[in-house]
Write a protein that binds this ligand. Structure first.
Ligand code: MN
Length: 498
């Protein structure tokens, strides 16, 4: 599906320049697209469209881009002067993310040979300013990237935006299955699902847990044994879960949960799901291994009915360039000595995409929920830079919060910890990160990602028109508090935006 996704490249000009010049505009903008495509990572293609010279042409291009389900974003460039009143009706119809590339055909000026023909052809320096004026006047959200298409900073910034477009496209079409409701009395995992659909496009739907229970019961022993064999090839198995082990049946039951869950999600066209350990019906185990395997395949998930985090994980996974993303929860702290750290984990459900090591499948008691011991993959997240991100419902609006982190090795080996986990040092420090996070109302459930740039998170927030609160190396206590106050005032003035 991803390979069919396109970014449209629209070049602005006008008929005033005459046929000869406009031919040069065409070929130069085609060249810009070729140069951009070379620097673009991933599987999304940039498609050149014929130069736009009239109001009618611009309107048609914007309507077409908006209607084309394979178009996930639009890049515009005013190669020459394209009077911006011509763009008003078209821009008002555009429903896709917009990037304004401020560039020109040649990187350097040919100082010694410049004449008025050159000046008449290379006018983006003022053409783009005329266009940007109308975008600002119409309050149209867009990303502006300045520079020559061969510069790596330009391709990086455009690649980051394309990733955000992929995430936004998924968000617009996202279907989430909730097995059970939210954990009783928990505030932050709850929220307004109708507003979420208006803001993000995502459809949050409930499926009775009995649907899952029934489907698990229909899975044959041979089918589940076949998948269990696959587990043995892919992962290390605890001795009691091996084919001749005395707890093999628990692994086979875990495989049945995976087969059933995968079938429900695939046949329903779902991209994300939640479970709730309080509401498992007659399911014998809390889904652990199954959830981990499905997350590794790109499904969003969060526990305790937390549909916002589950949806966010699906979106983040779509934006991930390959270093991994997982459901996560700040679990417990190392406050010292040495640099303070967070030990993150969940009851079971951490995605193995955040390690390159071979996970081990183990079985241990859960100590909560009163069910049979669940099977789960156990591993430690690989070190590296990343971020934890959450989405909270503030009542009148959604807020994204992102905190830069360094995933680090555990200070000592966690030999007795029977769940997958990650250890990280949040920026600028555990003290200030936790203070800022809690001041912003951030959740204990997060998405931990090592494969999404902060700029992509910024681009996604701008496209979705939701608030983004960032905590990083530059965060300072007093200015952060002020930022939240100004932001609250801004959203109050802007009115109900959901
Ligand atoms: Mn939890």
């Amino acid at each position: 599906m991803a390979s069919s996704q396109k970014i449209w490249f629209l070049t602005g000009s006008q008929n005033l320049y005459g046929e000869e010049t406009l031919k040069q505009v065409d070929s130069q903008s085609q060249n810009v697209v070729a140069q951009l495509s070379e620097g673009l990572a991933g599987d999304v293609e940039i498609i050149w469209k014929p130069t736009l010279k009239t109001s009618d042409g611009i309107l048609q291009a914007m309507v077409d881009a908006s209607a084309d389900e394979n178009c996930i974003g639009v890049i515009t460039w005013m190669h020459t002067f394209s009077p911006a009143k011509m763009w008003i009706s078209g821009l008002s119809k555009l429903t896709k993310p917009l990037l304004h590339l401020h560039t020109q055909a040649g990187q350097s000026l040919p100082w010694g040979t410049i004449d008025m023909d050159f000046m008449n052809l290379n006018q983006a320096a003022h053409g783009d300013r005329e266009y940007a004026h109308i975008l600002s006047k119409m309050s149209i959200a867009r990303k502006i990237v300045v520079g020559h298409p061969t510069e790596s900073s330009v391709s990086t910034r455009i690649s980051n935006w394309v990733s955000a477009c992929k995430g936004w496209n998924l968000s617009q079409n996202l279907k989430l299955a909730r097995f059970g409701d939210n954990m009783r009395y928990v505030a932050v995992t709850d929220g307004d699902k109708v507003s979420a659909q208006i803001t993000f496009g995502m459809s949050i739907e409930q499926i009775g847990v009995n649907t899952l229970v029934d489907r698990v019961e229909q899975v044959s022993d041979s089918e589940a044994e076949k998948l269990s064999k696959e587990y043995g090839e892919l992962y290390e198995l605890a001795p009691e879960l091996m084919p001749d082990g005395d707890r093999r049946e628990s692994l086979v039951y875990g495989a049945k949960i995976e087969i059933a869950l995968r079938d429900i999600l695939e046949s329903g066209g779902y991209h994300a799901f939640t479970s709730n350990f309080e509401d498992l019906g007659t399911l014998r185990q809390l889904p652990g291994l199954a959830v981990q395997r499905l997350m590794a395949d790109g499904y969003g998930f969060a526990g305790e009915g937390d549909w916002k985090t589950a949806a966010l994980l699906a979106i983040v996974k779509r934006m991930d360039s390959g270093s991994g993303s997982s459901f996560m929860e700040d679990y417990t702290y190392h406050m010292g000595p040495g640099k303070p750290k967070v030990l993150g984990a969940h009851m079971l459900e951490v995605c193995p995409s955040i390690t390159d090591s071979k996970p081990k499948i183990e079985i241990h008691p859960l100590g909560i929920g009163g069910k049979e011991d669940p099977v789960r993959m156990v591993f430690t997240a690989d070190p590296g830079a990343g971020r934890v991100v959450c989405l909270v419902d503030m009542g009148s609006r959604y807020r994204l919060i992102s905190n830069e982190i360094d995933v680090v090795p555990p200070t000592e080996k966690l030999t007795n910890l029977p769940v997958a986990h990650a250890v990280w040092e949040p920026k600028p420090s555990l003290q200030l990160s936790a203070e800022a996070w809690m001041l912003a109302g951030g959740s204990h459930h997060t998405v931990l990602t090592k494969g999404v740039a902060e700029e992509t998170i910024q681009d996604f927030a701008r496209i979705a028109e939701v608030e983004l609160v960032e905590i990083d190396e530059d965060t300072q206590r007093r200015s952060f508090e002020k930022e939240l106050e100004w932001s609250a005032a801004y959203y109050k003035l802007r009115g109900s935006v959901q």
